[in-house]
Every structure is written in structure tokens, then in C-alpha cells.
Design a protein around this ligand. Structure first.
Ligand SMILES: O=P(O)(O)OC[C@H]1O[C@@H](O)[C@H](O)[C@@H](O)[C@@H]1O
Length: 228
């Protein structure tokens, strides 16, 4: 049977924090608590500019202003993420429109993956807690890559795992570092205005800005792929 346009293969790659779930304020509060506990200065603006969307190794090196050994990184990361999970657990819910959008993509045969800077413990908390894991063909977290966002490795690895070339991948991102990672991977990026305002996202190179998934259809996203 010939391929219908909707069956042409492409992939939707989702960032996790700030996209699948609208949790940025909880990460901010967790980071501020964690930094205070370690007597390290950290402001919300510094979080947004230097930590948001980045892997823990890079975030911790920024907070402590020195390289962090692998053993120390595991301990510090779990300390910070335990604070975050405790704060966010009562609020855990999928982003508006997400479940219907994922179901529609799956029904059209679109490959689905997650590309997150988060550690595996937070991936379990989110994807099994909701639960969202069954929707995805591949999940790439910080333990599976060498260079975190804004390097393109997370999204290139996700594309490889679902067997779709980068030019036929659409990335959904809220963070500047993640948007840059998607663009550097040669993918189309849709910015989700959770962490940043539409104005702040206006000039960062995304093809579209949405407030949430209620504003998207599979057909509209597929047109982005076909438009180039
Ligand atoms: O947005 P992503 O790639 O899912 O990133 C997850 C990371 O996002 C950061 O913003 C959080 O402060 C981290 O703690 C978290 O691990």
C-alpha cells in the first residue's frame, strides 16, 4: 500500500521538564533550597541563565564554581532532585493537551521520543508517575550522553534510537539550552512558552511558539517537516 502523507515517517522529540510537565518553578525552588543548604549564592536569574535545561554535571559545576568529581555528582544530584520531587509530587500532572496530542501522534504512526537533561531517577518519577512511558519509542536521559544541552547529542541520540534522520525530527523545548540543542542537531524546533515568555522566545530560532499542546495538531506539525 502506498504511503499516505500522514504515514510518511517523522519523529516528535520531547524535552521532559518544562514541556511534558510544567514544573520549572519547582526546579527553581529546589535549586535555591539546595544552594542555600550548601551556602552557595544562587538567584532565580542565575538559574534561568545557567542551569535551566542543563545536565546536573554542568549545573553543579556552576553552583559550586569548580569541577565536581563523579562520586560527588551522584550524591549532590540526588540531594537536589529529592528536594525537587518532594516539592513537585503533589502537583505532578501532564502539560495541558499533552495526552491527546501524544495519542494523536501515535495514531498517525509518528515516532515519539524523550530527550531530557534530567537524571534517570527524575525520568522514572515523571514518566512512570503519570504514566507516560508507554507513549515513547525511545527515552534518552543524561546518563546516556557525554555532552548535555546546548550540545546536540541528546537529540541526535534520540533520533538515532527511533531511526529517523534529524531533518525529519521536530523538537519540543522550553529552555534556551534545549532549543539551541535542537537547532544544532539540524531539527525543527517548536518552543513551548512555559519557562520563558513568547517575547523572550521570539528570536531564538524556533519555527513556532505555543503556550501548550492544546494549540497544536499533528497536521500542523507535519507541515513544518514538509515545508523544507
Ligand atoms: O528540560 P530537561 O532537559 O528535561 O531538563 C531537566 C533539567 O532541567 C533543569 O532545568 C533542572 O533544573 C534540572 O534539575 C533538570 O534535571
Amino acid at each position: 500500500m502506498p504511503d499516505t502523507p500522514s504515514a510518511l515517517s517523522w519523529a516528535a522529540l520531547f524535552d521532559m521538564d518544562g514541556v511534558l510537565i510544567d514544573n520549572t518553578d519547582f526546579h527553581i525552588n529546589a535549586w535555591l533550597q539546595f544552594a542555600q543548604h550548601h551556602n552557595r549564592p544562587l538567584t532565580k536569574d542565575q538559574y534561568v541563565d545557567h542551569i535551566n535545561g542543563r545536565v546536573s554535571a554542568d549545573a553543579m559545576a556552576y553552583v559550586f564554581q569548580r569541577p565536581i568529581s563523579p562520586g560527588e555528582l551522584i550524591v549532590l544530584t540526588e540531594e537536589k532532585e529529592a528536594i525537587y520531587r518532594e516539592l513537585y509530587r503533589p502537583h505532578l500532572q501532564p502539560a495541558p493537551g499533552l495526552l491527546a496530542f501524544l495519542a494523536a501522534l501515535k495514531a498517525q504512526g509518528v515516532k515519539l521520543a524523550v530527550g531530557t537533561s534530567a537524571p534517570e531517577s527524575n525520568v522514572r518519577f515523571t514518566l512512570d508517575g503519570l504514566p507516560l512511558r508507554p507513549y515513547f519509542d525511545a527515552i534518552v536521559d543524561s546518563s546516556m550522553i557525554h555532552k548535555g544541552k546546548p550540545a546536540p547529542e541528546i537529540y541526535l541520540t534520540a533520533a538515532e534510537r527511533v531511526g529517523i534522520e534529524p531533518a525529519r525530527c521536530v523538537v519540543f523545548e522550553d529552555a534556551f539550552a534545549g532549543i539551541e540543542a535542537g537547532i544544532r542537531a539540524g531539527m525543527k524546533v517548536i518552543a513551548v512558552a512555559t519557562t520563558h515568555t513568547r517575547d523572550e522566545l521570539a528570536d531564538v530560532g524556533s519555527m513556532l511558539i505555543v503556550d501548550d499542546f492544546t494549540q497544536l495538531t499533528v497536521e500542523a506539525v507535519q507541515q513544518l517537516i514538509q515545508s523544507s
